[in-house]
Design a protein around this ligand. Structure first.
Ligand code: NAP
Length: 282
């Protein structure tokens, strides 16, 4: 197994697959299209949007941005989502979050058409994941973790896995995905006791705490495969993960870098979902 598990090679493989599927769809007269919904002008959103649109055009997916003011009302926002739901030329919807306070995300989640819900917001899609059905729109970041491990040939069946995160976007769905691969999973969080012993004893460790460089070498041994989901900024303003990479890299069996690891695969999973949604459409 390679030591540095870079996301680029994994994303490339996924994108090649998307390209083939998108051109087949075009031959059948269908053109996969993504709607990006952005409220206001947050710089993070604009940068993310630029990246997604660039990726869309590189794989043959059309992208259209639907913008509202940041202070648009709940009624206006609901109308917009319903309009996109009903537009048969649009196959996938991506809503940038966090949404402003006046928008009730719980309501929006349930309004978004499950067949266009490529980011797995609607509980209908999330429920399938908890039932063990991974063929639909699964949460993209957990899926990226599994794809990286499979790409680099890690053994998942029978593996002991520690996930340090219990959120609905990362930890819980990822635990379901590992269970489907017949791994044994421990979900850890801020109240977990003896965390260092648990991580050291695991074959695979997934960190997603949002705490820059929290996981020092004391958490690891040379049998660990480490997947760092965290996206943080360090004391010098540079992007970093949850793992103290420079001090951990040579101690573990394999590790994903940040940037260039899990995050770089997440967008390709999202785009694969757009093609899937278009294929599913009658
Ligand atoms: P979240 O809801 O805040 O979850 C953080 C989790 O970490 C919680 O379960 C929390 O425990 C646990 N935690 C926090 N401090 C801890 C500590 N000292 N020891 C042990 N556990 C601790 O965040 P999220 O939305 O799931 O995202 C987590 C991280 O992943 C963030 O850095 C985010 O930027 C990143 N992320 C990356 C991608 C990607 O594509 N790479 C996508 C989504 C998110 P409690 O539940 O007990 O509080």
């Amino acid at each position: 197994m390679e030591h540095i598990l870079k996301g680029k090679a994994v994303a490339k493989e996924i994108k090649e697959n998307i390209k083939t599927r998108a051109s087949k769809l075009k031959e059948e007269g269908k053109s996969p299209k993504l709607a990006i919904v952005r409220m206001g002008e947050r710089q993070d959103d604009i940068a993310y949007e630029r990246g997604i649109l660039k990726n869309c055009s590189s794989v043959g997916i059309e992208g259209e941005v639907f913008k509202t003011d940041r202070d648009a009302s709940m009624d206006e926002f609901v109308d917009l989502i319903k309009r996109i739901n009903n537009d048969s030329n649009i196959h996938g919807i991506l809503i940038f979050r966090p949404l402003p306070d006046q928008i009730d995300e719980e309501v929006i989640k349930n309004i978004i058409n499950p067949e266009k819900d490529i980011d797995c917001m609607n509980p209908v899609n999330l429920e399938k994941v908890f039932e063990g059905d991974m063929k639909g729109f699964v949460p993209c970041t957990p899926r990226a973790v599994i794809e990286i491990l499979k790409h680099y040939g890690a053994t998942l069946e029978g593996a002991n896995v520690s996930i340090i995160n219990k959120s609905l976007v990362v930890g819980k769905p990822l635990a379901m995905m590992f269970l489907e691969e017949r791994s044994t999973v421990t979900i850890c969080h801020s109240r977990t006791k003896e965390l260092q012993e648990k991580t050291k004893a695991s074959d695979i460790v997934v960190t997603a705490t949002g705490r820059a460089k929290m996981f020092t070498e004391n958490y690891f041994g040379n049998n660990n495969i480490v997947l760092d989901v965290g996206i943080n900024v360090d004391e010098n303003g540079k992007m970093c993960g949850d793992v103290d990479y420079d001090n951990v890299e040579n101690k573990v069996k394999a590790i994903t870098p940040v940037p260039g690891g899990v995050g770089s695969v997440t967008t390709s999973i999202l785009l694969r979902h757009v093609v899937m949604a278009c294929e599913n459409m009658k």
